[in-house]
Write a protein that binds this ligand. Structure first.
Ligand code: BJW
Ligand code: ZN
Length: 253
């Protein structure tokens, strides 16, 4: 099957990769839901909401501080780096990530759409102004916005909140135009991200899923590769780079 995927990638002129927490699992970042999943005893549906923040902002900030500390200590893995290599081999490439850990940027992928924000940024929970300073948050004394007095929160997208319209629109447009779409390490249950593979497929893209288990997206996948992304993606890149000459030709035209 690997050789078939190589041939499909070689023909692709417009590729979109959607990633989820699974791509960072091999870096040591826990997933939300998979078998090995869950951030300790916390469920995202209970903490990643504005209701939770209003009801108990201290616990929510303790959760985010704990995750920031953990994410600060990890590095991109072979899966992140392989995606950067794939970007260099495709004329029109977009990485759409649901992850907030910044590991794709650290691995130097260039064209990234961060659907759910970035855990290291802060914003005001009332006026939504981004707080540029990289401040430490004390959960017992959460800083207030200097413009409106609202509490500072992480700049991530919680349940029931709208995604940044420019970012999600770009993701829709790129998915519609893609001739090849990968979904990697996501449970495929959180919308609107989970609707992107079907949009791509409806518009003619080949849809490839890479996951350690089946997901609700598997039944529409042209190829379901049951593997760790950090193991499979470097093999794909290895084969592709061996044939780099034909890519150079393709990239020229
Ligand atoms: C490996 C691996 C390895 C492990 N290699 N694989 C349409 C229908 C129904 C509901 C809705 C709908 N549209 C909107 C909604 C409501 C809601 C929603 O989707 N609810 C679902 C429960 C159904 N969506 C929203 O509220 C969104 N907002 C919105 O749409 O606004 C408009 C609107 C509102 C209300 C109603 C209707 C419209 C916002 C969603 C925001 C999600 N936010 C979070 C938290 C972000 C901040 C933070 O990190 O704290 O985003 S929740 C969490 O889930 C996080 C993730 O990005 C997201 C997805 O998780 P992901 O990445 O898939 O991780 P896991 O753990 O679930 O899966 C990991 C996978 O990896 C597993 O499959 C493993 O097998 C695999 N794996 N190791 C490869 N080594
Ligand atoms: Zn404010």
């Amino acid at each position: 099957m690997l050789n078939e995927i190589v041939e499909i990638f070689k023909k692709s002129k417009s590729c979109v990769i959607l990633t989820g927490a699974g791509i960072s699992a091999e870096s040591g970042v826990p997933t939300f839901r998979g078998k090995e999943g869950l951030w300790g005893k916390f469920k995202p549906e209970e903490l990643a909401t504005m209701d939770a923040f209003v009801a108990n902002s201290k616990i929510v900030w303790e959760w985010y501080n704990w995750r920031r500390d953990l994410m600060n200590k990890v590095e991109p893995n072979t899966g992140h780096y392989a995606i950067t290599d794939l970007e260099s081999l495709c004329p029109d490439f977009t990485l759409v990530t649901q992850n907030v850990d910044g590991l794709h940027s650290m691995a130097k992928t260039k064209n990234i759409l961060e659907l759910h924000g970035n855990i290291y940024r802060n914003k005001c929970c009332d006026c939504s102004r981004i707080i540029e300073d990289n401040i430490e948050i004390n959960p017992d004394n959460i800083p207030k916005c200097q413009y409106c007095g609202g509490k500072i929160r992480p700049d991530v997208v919680w349940f029931g909140e709208l995604l940044n319209p420019q970012i999600i629109n770009s993701a829709f447009v790129k998915s519609e135009k893609a001739d090849l779409f990968f979904s990697i390490g996501t449970s495929g249950i959180i919308h609107p991200a989970a609707s992107l593979p079907a949009i791509a497929k409806r518009n003619g893209a080949v849809f490839i899923e890479i996951n350690t288990e089946e997901t609700p997206l598997t039944y529409i996948a042209d190829y379901h590769i049951e593997s760790k992304s950090g193991e499979y993606l470097p093999k794909l890149v290895d084969l592709l780079t061996k044939e780099r000459h034909s890519f150079k030709t393709k990239l020229l035209y």
